[in-house]
Design a protein around this ligand. Structure first.
Ligand code: TRP
Length: 331
């Protein structure tokens, strides 16, 4: 198994998931599980690098796990688990902190953005990338699907793996990033230059995974377009329309050319109406399954089984790393 292709990725339980997260991460995970031995986890230890309400953290962590299953990640095939149920993450995270240089962490743009102008920034927000490296290296992942905002963290992970391997002997696989392409990047419905995000105060700018059909129809009907009236895929001159075409293409699983052809000569009204229906059709079964399992013993079982498997895998790597460093171990 150790020579097979392995993937690891996770979605932070820090906010409601929108369809951008579905397109860019979740739906990709579902596909990857057929090509790779897969580990999908809920990075709850990462979530607490900024203050979290305990009840919300609890519920959101279950929700991300429920989305994994509801979207089609097969818990028989893939390992689904919560990071906080695998202590090796924190332990190797510490070890990674001993390998990472202060200056390296200080160059991370995400830290700069997230800490900028804030008071009481936690030390963990600064060391976050070392924990992320641990997440990945523990499972000897060969590939890690990430959004563009995470590529710098992945580069650091590679550097840390190489550094450790050259100091202490071959221990970690050096993972490759799989960066989502433009086709998976969903922009706001009010502004095609900003990523779709729940932090946008304009609620019509994003569609949440749990939005009701009526809300979805309304939001698409309000989505910005342009004055040229043609459903044509051209990010340069028609970014807003191209974003909608891409959403249609992702949710209906047809090519962007097909979308252009289908709506040739029709106005934006008809296009947006059908786009709403395509998104609703895809989300409905996911929503249904989500509600069925999110607070169920079935999900508990999946997560317990996942944690067992994850602990086993992670434990092996952690032991090897500790031995290599010279810690006294008794097995
Ligand atoms: N840092 C990632 C994010 O903010 C989440 C994450 C934590 C992650 N550990 C990971 C993603 C390991 C991929 C692999 O989106």
């Amino acid at each position: 198994m150790s020579t097979s292709k392995r993937i690891l990725s996770g979605i932070k339980p820090s906010g409601d998931l929108n369809i951008g997260g579905y397109a860019g991460a979740l739906s990709q995970f579902v596909k990857f599980q057929h090509e790779f031995e897969s580990f999908f986890f809920v990075p709850d230890l990462h979530a607490v690098t900024v203050a979290q309400d305990p009840k919300e953290l609890h519920q959101r962590s279950r929700e991300i796990a429920a989305y994994y299953v509801a979207a089609g990640i097969d818990p028989e095939k893939s390992t689904i688990f919560l990071q906080s149920q695998v202590p090796a993450h924190a332990e190797l995270g510490w070890i990674m902190e001993t390998q990472a240089h202060f200056g390296e962490l200080n160059r991370m743009t995400q830290f700069k953005e997230k800490s900028d102008g804030k008071e009481g920034v936690s030390a963990s927000l600064f060391t976050y990338p070392a924990l992320m490296a641990s997440d990945i290296l523990l499972y000897q992942a060969t590939h890690v699907p990430v959004g563009e905002d995470q590529t710098q963290h992945l580069e650091l992970t590679r550097d840390l793996a190489n550094r450790f391997n050259s100091r202490f002997g071959q221990t970690f696989i050096v993972p490759e990033a799989i960066v989502q392409d433009i086709g998976c990047r969903v922009m706001g419905l009010d502004d095609p230059h900003k990523k779709m995000s729940k932090s946008n105060p304009n609620q019509a700018s994003y569609i949440l995974m749990l939005d009701e059909p009526a809300a979805i129809r309304k939001k698409f009907s309000r989505a910005v377009t342009d004055s040229d009236g043609q459903v044509r895929y051209d990010w340069e001159s028609k970014p807003a329309v191209s974003n909608l075409i891409e959403l249609y293409s992702l949710f209906a699983e047809v090519s962007t050319e097909d979308v252009e052809r289908r709506f040739d000569g029709q106005g934006y009204g008809a296009f947006k109406k059908e786009l709403a229906e395509v998104v609703i059709a895809k989300l409905q079964p996911i929503q249904q399954r989500f509600h069925e399992i999110v607070n169920s013993p079935e999900l508990d079982e999946i997560l317990k089984r996942g944690a067992r498997k994850a602990n086993e895998e992670a434990g092996k790597t952690l032991l090897a790393a500790k031995k290599a460093m010279g810690f006294v171990t008794f097995d």
